[in-house]
Write a protein that binds this ligand. Structure first.
Ligand SMILES: [Zn+2]
Length: 124
């Protein structure tokens, strides 16, 4: 039976119960799942805080400084908890998803810091 490895997304021959191509992937897949289960509540809370920080300046313009703070916080959150979406994890494999989410996190962090410095310089 042809299956796709949940971790590396490689195609392998396995039975209905197997989810990964090798013991190594199996181990990494399990530890990622455990990490996700342990921190998903915290992760979603942080995402909520970030969305609130993004929305505040929409209603209260002087709070524009919230935007770069939200970007920095988003970068840090996604780097530490590179969960992506579960659907995405299944299709591409966790390995690739983690890499892509971390790359996005670094971009968000850099943009947030750059944007924050720009705003501070303009305020002075
Ligand atoms: Zn694999």
């Amino acid at each position: 039976m042809q299956k796709k490895c949940r971790y590396c997304a490689g195609v392998f021959d396995g039975n209905a119960a197997s989810e990964c191509c090798c013991a190594e992937c199996e181990k990494k897949y399990r530890s990622f799942s455990q990490y996700y289960k342990k921190y998903k509540t915290l992760f979603y809370c942080l995402i909520g805080v970030i969305l609130a920080l993004i929305l505040v300046p929409v209603f209260y313009r002087p709070a524009q400084i919230c935007a770069p703070i939200a970007l920095v916080l988003m970068g840090l959150t996604l780097f530490v908890f590179p969960f992506g979406t579960i659907g995405n994890n299944r299709k591409k494999g966790i390995k690739k998803t983690v890499f892509q989410v971390r790359a996005l996190a670094v971009v968000a962090l850099a943009l947030g810091i750059g944007f924050g410095i720009y705003m501070l310089v303009r305020m002075l």
